[in-house]
Design a protein around this ligand. Structure first.
Ligand code: GLU
Length: 416
């Protein structure tokens, strides 16, 4: 993350730019540039050593015009209220661009999960829900996992919520373990949605999908993309990967399955057999057909954008590219599938999970994949049409689609 970037200012700038193209009035621009509701609170946690530690936490409900707020909760040491505001803002456009009846939200706890025990993490998760339980719910705001949170975190949170409300309501959280109301196909949904977009983009731009690819960030989305790329696109050579500790390279290809197993065992990709170590940052700059950024915000910025050699950038993480970088990539003919589209598969399947929870009847995996593919390809085509029509870079074109939908909902409700 580059310190000098304030992600919230970046997200506001993106909203204003799209709103201007849509000729929205000042009141609508004002409404869409700010969160509708914010919670900032502390969570006291009894640590394993007997001391009590106070953690800062946030839940931002950015917009409710199209439905209840929806978005993940992060556990990260560098989180601030502004990073969460930006992420909540992006969730609003993400749910709108794939046309879900949901708004946008995001939460975070400022903590370093790598330094915390399982018990301490559980106490943070439960403390978080005790603080916000009145303000979340299936018709209010539905959290999910994000960076350094996972289905287990959701299980603790759902249990705390049900304990407080004394009702069974699994749909209050998504990406839960399947045994307690989770859906098939949620684990790899973000990456799967991204790879479906790559499939569309390759057709659209006449690019061979079985060429080379690189992945920046090897958490859940990065790992799943590595596995799914070959499976969905029918081949491909993964030549470079990074995680928070470093980068690795092999021009003959890294075996995705072995690499995921190695990462799970060693907690890092460094030292993977038959690979050479490269600087973490240089993974973005490799000569590949497809690049998947799957780490944190602002990784592609004015300093390195000119060095990006990929033909397609599929943004699996939220906010990986700064506005300056967007312009450079557009000029250099690098086709960016913007985060609000490329990483929307997760929230699409979250929505499917909410639907299944609401009638307590669960779909087969194949049904989830089929419905996801349909949603993603429809959204891709709508964004491609907007690129053609507005003649702007893909992020702005996607924002135009999403902002128009949310603005229309605000107007219909009589807010503006
Ligand atoms: N955290 C994921 C995202 O940023 C999923 C959100 C959700 O499913 O609500 O898209």
């Amino acid at each position: 993350m580059i310190e000098s970037y304030n992600s919230f200012h970046v997200s506001q700038k993106q909203v204003v730019e799209a709103a201007k193209l849509l000729h929205l009035d000042d009141a609508t621009i004002g409404l869409l540039s700010l969160p509708q509701r914010e919670f900032s609170f502390t969570i006291p946690v009894k640590m394993d050593n007997g001391n009590t530690k106070i953690f800062s936490a946030y839940r931002i409900q950015y917009n409710f015009a199209r439905g209840p707020a929806k978005g993940g909760i992060r556990f990260h040491k560098d989180e601030t209220i502004d990073t969460i505001r930006a992420l909540a803002c992006w969730m609003t456009w993400k749910t709108a661009v794939v046309d879900l009846p949901l708004g946008g939200g995001k939460g975070g706890v400022v903590c370093d999960p790598k330094q915390l025990s399982e018990r301490e993490l559980e106490n943070i998760a439960r403390g978080y829900i005790r603080a916000v339980s009145d303000y979340i719910g299936t018709a209010k705001d539905i959290p999910a996992p994000d960076v350094y949170t996972n289905p287990q975190t959701m299980a603790w949170m759902m249990d705390e919520y049900e304990t407080i409300t004394r009702r069974h309501q699994p749909g209050v959280m998504t990406n839960k373990p399947r045994q307690i109301g989770g859906t098939e196909g949620r684990r790899d949904a973000t990456a799967r949605g991204g790879v479906y977009c790559v499939r569309e983009a390759c057709k659209h731009h006449n690019i061979d999908p079985t060429g080379t690819y690189a992945i920046q960030g090897f958490g859940n989305a990065g790992q799943r993309a590595a596995l799914l790329h070959d499976e969905i696109l029918g081949g491909g050579k993964l030549i470079a990967v990074s995680d928070s500790k470093g980068g690795i390279f092999n021009e003959n290809g890294l075996n995705p399955r072995e690499l995921v197993t190695y990462k799970l065992k060693n907690k890092t990709i460094s030292g993977f057999p038959n690979s050479i170590d490269i600087p973490r940052e240089s993974v973005l700059e490799q000569k590949v057909d497809i690049l998947y950024p799957a780490a944190l915000e602002n990784s592609i910025n004015h300093l390195n954008a000119k060095n990006i050699q990929a033909k397609i950038v599929c943004e699996l993480s939220n906010g990986p590219t700064t506005p300056e970088a967007d312009i450079i990539l557009y000029k250099n003919n690098v086709f960016v599938i913007p985060d609000i589209l490329a990483s929307a598969g997760g929230v699409v399947v979250s929505y499917f999970e909410m639907v299944q929870d609401s009638y307590s009847f669960f779909w087969e995996e194949s049904e989830v994949y089929e419905k996801l593919a349909h949603k993603m390809s429809k959204a891709y085509k709508t964004v491609a049409e907007s690129i053609r029509e507005k003649k702007v870079h893909p992020r702005l074109a996607a924002m135009v689609v999403a902002v128009a939908r949310v603005a229309e909902a605000c107007k219909l409700r009589g807010w503006v």
